[in-house]
Design a protein around this ligand. Structure first.
Ligand SMILES: NC(=O)c1ccc[n+]([C@@H]2O[C@H](COP(=O)([O-])OP(=O)(O)OC[C@H]3O[C@@H](n4cnc5c(N)ncnc54)[C@H](OP(=O)(O)O)[C@@H]3O)[C@@H](O)[C@H]2O)c1
Length: 222
């Protein structure tokens, strides 16, 4: 629920392109951040090289990390989601909310393509692999990693949130809005992830066509 205090967040794959900016930005707004990794020692070494500021960032194996907060961001490549969830799904706490930011795009010889996902979207694919007691939301799919990692640059955009329960959406909206310059736009049920993931592909295409790096979205009239 939106009124529940947000005190901590787990980021599985938090050393990666997308996860690292989120991890550092959440630590800077005062959350306890736990980064999950396949190799915690390597992850600790990576994080030691980050500029710091805010709360210290903890590291654990993915399996251990998944149980350490009731908000768990899934920030690994889509191709590795099945293996990750087979390992960690049983570890989510009762009432936890998982937040999916994966996008099923592939890059072959520089050419981008969307993968066909039988369930309709990466988020719905993940829904089928996470226990029913865990709420699932999607967020942080359209914001570019490059921008998230420029910690002092205002994000200055909207971030779409969809999810399968009111609580999952509300808690994710609250998490998004902790980050200065980011406005959460609740777009409804989890199936809207199909559109959001398509918009990420559109942003990548805009970046390429216009030789920029930070294309993102702002809804007018809202
Ligand atoms: N990059 C962007 O601009 C962007 C924007 C929006 C959404 N996304 C989405 O965010 C997700 C992560 O993208 P990314 O660019 O951050 O990916 P990435 O840097 O390649 O990987 C993220 C982390 O996932 C873990 N990982 C990598 N391969 C794995 C495997 N085979 N099995 C388990 N874990 C693995 C690694 O952490 P450890 O080595 O510590 O385990 C890695 O640091 C993707 O689904 C992507 O679609 C990315």
């Amino acid at each position: 629920m939106a009124s529940l205090p947000l005190t901590s967040v787990v980021i599985l794959g938090g050393t990666g392109q997308q996860g690292r900016g989120l991890a550092q930005r959440f630590a800077r707004v005062g959350l306890r951040v736990i980064v999950g990794s396949r190799d915690p020692d390597k992850a600790r070494a990576v994080i030691a090289g980050w500029p710091g500021g805010g709360q210290p960032i903890d590291v654990a194996s993915n399996t251990e990390a998944a149980a350490q907060s009731d908000l768990v961001v899934i920030a690994v490549p889509f191709a590795s989601v099945d293996a990750l969830l087979a390992e960690v799904a049983g570890r989510f706490t009762e009432g936890a909310v998982a937040i999916d930011l994966t996008v099923p795009v592939t890059f072959n010889a520089g050419k981008m393509a969307m993968l066909e996902v039988a369930e309709g979207s990466a988020s719905e694919h993940i829904r089928a692999r996470v226990p029913a007691r865990v709420g699932l939301a999607a967020a942080f799919k359209t914001i570019p990693a490059h921008l998230l990692s420029e910690l002092d640059t205002p994000l200055d955009c909207d971030e779409f949130v969809c999810g399968d329960t009111d609580e999952a959406r509300a808690r994710t909206v609250a998490l998004v809005q902790l980050l200065p310059g980011l406005r959460a736009v609740d777009v409804g049920p989890l199936s809207r992830a199909r559109s959001i993931e398509g918009m990420t592909a559109l942003a990548i295409a805009i970046n390429r066509r216009h030789k920029i790096h930070d294309a993102r979205f702002r809804i007018v009239g809202l």
